[in-house]
Ligand binder design. Structure first.
Ligand code: ZN
Length: 88
């Protein structure tokens, strides 16, 4: 896997990290890509957005699905969440 093949986050342009979902997940993909940039606009603005719309102290990171090449939000409660699943 070279740097070029790694998808870049559509929100901040940083290379995304390969991430393995927890064993109990229902996704069919063995791994996905997640933007773990703590400065990412998507993640930073997510805290405010969730507080205003859901009254929830959570945010989300951009998760890239290699199967359909789409990004969708994966929820996080702290900025450390999901980092256990990084596999590279
Ligand atoms: Zn990003």
């Amino acid at each position: 896997m070279t740097e070029e093949e790694r998808p870049r986050c559509p929100h901040c342009g940083e290379p995304m990290l390969k991430w393995q979902p927890p064993a109990q997940n229902t996704w069919t993909e063995p791994y996905q890509y997640v933007c773990f940039n703590d400065e990412c606009k998507y993640f930073v603005e997510g805290w405010e957005y969730m507080e205003q719309t859901r009254e929830s102290k959570t945010s989300y990171r951009c998760r890239y699905n290699p199967r359909n090449k789409l990004c969708d939000p994966i929820p996080v409660w702290t900025k450390h969440d999901l980092k256990d699943g990084i596999i590279e």
